[in-house]
Design a protein around this ligand. Sequence first.
Ligand code: HEC
Ligand code: HEC
Ligand code: HEC
Length: 449
Amino acid sequence: MSAWTGKRVGIAVGALVIVGLAVLAWAAIRPGPLDFAGRTVSLAEYGDDPTGVPADFPETDIVARGRYLAEAADCEACHTAPGGAPFAGGLAFRTDFGTLYSPNITPDPQTGIGSWTDEDFLRAMHEGVNKDGEYLYPAFPYPSYTYLSNEDVLAIKAYLFSLEPVHNTAPENELRFPYNQRWLMNIWAKLYNPNTRFQPVPDRSASWNRGAYLAEALGHCGDCHTPRTPLQSLDNRRKFAGGVVDGWRAYNISSDEQSGIGSWTAEELTQYLRTGHSLDRGSAFGPMALAVHLSFQKLTTSDVNALVEYIRSVPAVVTPDMPAPKLDPAPDNPSEGVVANADSHGADIYAGMCSGCHGWTGVNPYVPYTVLTGNRAVNDPTAANVALAVIHGAHPELPSTGAVARMPAFGHVLSDFDIAAVSNYVVERFGAKPSSITEADVRRLREAG
Ligand code: HEC
Ligand code: HEC
Ligand code: HEC
């Protein structure tokens, strides 16, 4: 081999190594949740502190502040089993890797966190490590809570420690090998937990920065609304482009006009977050209804406005399978309206069990909250959230809608076959594209919820 050929081979191998490393780095290093927004500075360099409770918060007591922050972070939703005491743990998280259970975070010294020091609690919230030094699974959204200031974490602890201790041990996790190896989470955390506190963006307004703290550090919207990589980290290259929770599709909330919320006004978004309803856009069901009930409806007006300002600034990302919602009402006559895909069984169920509240056009002038036209779930060609809404009904505790009756649950009345048929009928009649959800899909959705 001549010296020149050797050099050429060397250059080629070198170039390949560099390309290989670049590809690996691209795959491994994901942008952070605020990377779209521009240059950040430390909290100390930034004048207007976006952390803590809002400036107009009436109380100064640490427990009251901690309660507000714990509500904004929605700890209760995940740490409460159905029918169980709040914060006493035991809620099941069914994942592709097995089932895990949330622990008791009441101040019971034996079964809860009563013996935890401030340092133990800070380490759990910022690093995802428990009192025994074991790494926690990211079903606990500590990669969001890591952005919380020490002061806010300790206020949340003060609130939790003011609660009545509850003696309760959550069931053992049932995770498959190798996912049951907790030490693997150590590697995961090294790769995917930024383990840094919130850094404001000086080129944005003070309320935008407050909104960013509410959405990213506390409210963890991305935990449900941002798609995940195969290793379960949040894929912020497609920030807010939509995810899946307990079978429910948590829709695209980026500013894309067609598949996201780019065409929603600030008022519609505010109304939806405060009440779980927007007259033109539909209602929050499932995990989003629970988040509105336990968390978002409790935020102050200034905080909801800040949150809305921030959410609306997130760049558009397209979710290709999601068409722009159809806005025209269906004909006011059951026998009109193209029904090619849905069989007559779906139409019969709709006529008998649904049309009394929902009417035939999708817009009910007497009970405006039953509007189906323009609703994202009805325009989702997988029909998943429509089927789940029929199974579970509306969240019973959301603020009053002025509606005659809330949407009832039909899970015990209708079979999987019936639910598939009526869901396809609803999507075909009122949505932009027909769906073809099957009996087997509905069974899987029941098991996921
Ligand atoms: C999206 C669901 C979810 C939310 C929201 C959530 N947690 Fe958790 N949390 C979990 C799960 C699941 C675990 C258990 C993880 C494991 O077993 O590795 C956990 C573990 C913990 C632990 C460790 C306890 C122990 O005994 O090891 C603490 C402390 C904790 N969470 C506190 C909080 C606080 C405080 C909040 C609100 C600021 C909160 N969590 C919000 C799901 C959640
Ligand atoms: C626990 C998971 C979860 C969290 C956390 C969550 N969402 Fe949602 N969100 C959902 C689900 C599921 C839906 C779909 C609900 C439905 O179909 O009725 C949804 C729907 C929405 C919608 C309506 C979208 C549409 O096109 O109809 C908006 C807006 C929204 N969420 C905003 C937010 C914001 C802002 C946050 C954070 C402050 C947030 N969500 C946090 C699960 C979540
Ligand atoms: C008692 C009145 C009533 C009946 C009967 C009823 N609904 Fe509803 N439905 C509502 C109301 C009201 C809402 C708006 C949410 C709320 O406030 O409960 C709603 C919301 C919905 C939504 C929107 C879901 C979302 O994610 O935004 C769908 C889809 C739906 N209903 C389908 C049906 C189907 C299919 C049937 C029959 C099997 C049915 N409904 C029967 C009252 C009813």
